[in-house]
Design a protein around this ligand. Structure first.
Ligand SMILES: CC(C)(COP(=O)(O)OP(=O)(O)OC[C@H]1O[C@@H](n2cnc3c(N)ncnc32)[C@H](O)[C@@H]1OP(=O)(O)O)[C@@H](O)C(=O)NCCC(=O)NCCS
Length: 179
């Protein structure tokens, strides 16, 4: 079973190798454009240490990165933009769902009010996955090729009472690991 953990700056070479090994179509779906590999600035940005502005998680199998999920805080400081990708050979095994749940938990714990994102309208897999997770989907107001996805998160006070009631604390990324 792949292990899920926080992405760290030291992962930069492994993360670049992961992106390079994806198919052109998967990179297009993940980055919403033609990306072959990450330039130095983008690689640094995507592998920076976790902060209140972002959370990035990776799934690891036999030392290699096989999937990634993340959010980056929007300028409004209340919502975050998510991204998610699973290597082709690891699809339909529940990994995308696990990484999506984990990044939603990260955002909720950080007190975000919303998670949002943009996906190609042709991206049936991502749309089905996020719909199952409770996201709303709607047309993009400015780009007919895209759909917007949106999930409202419970206010921090509600989460706190839910945790107190259920005794089921949201897990830290480090403890999401399953070997
Ligand atoms: C979208 C993506 C992350 C799904 O990853 P995954 O690990 O295959 O997803 P899961 O195995 O957790 O699938 C969970 C559910 O999502 C839905 N789903 C996933 N792939 C699907 C597909 N190709 N067609 C229809 N439904 C699909 C199904 O309901 C599935 O449940 P099921 O397998 O029990 O039927 C993966 O296809 C991917 O990396 N795509 C390219 C990157 C991308 O599009 N990113 C989005 C923009 S950032």
């Amino acid at each position: 079973m792949p292990r899920i953990r926080a992405l760290e700056p030291a992962d930069a070479p492994a993360f670049q190798a992961f992106v390079r090994a994806l198919s052109a179509e998967t990179r297009r779906e993940r980055f919403l454009g033609a990306v072959h590999e990450l330039g130095p600035g983008m690689l640094r940005q995507l592998t920076q240490a976790a902060s209140p502005e972002h959370c990035a998680l990776v799934a690891i199998s036999e030392g290699a990165i096989i999937a990634e999920s993340r959010y980056a805080l929007d300028e409004d400081g209340a919502s975050g933009e998510i991204a998610l990708v699973v290597a082709e050979s690891w699809r339909r095994l529940g990994l995308g769902g696990r990484l999506l749940d984990a990044i939603v938990a990260c955002a909720a714990r950080a007190g975000l009010a919303r998670l949002r994102g943009e996906v190609f309208r042709t991206n049936v897999a991502m749309q089905a996955l996020v719909r199952k997770a409770g996201f709303e989907l709607r047309s993009h107001p400015r780009d007919a090729r895209l759909a917007e996805i949106d999930l409202r998160l419970a206010p921090r006070s509600l989460l706190k009472s839910a945790i107190e009631l259920t005794g089921n604390p949201l897990q830290e990324p480090a403890s999401l690991n399953q070997s």
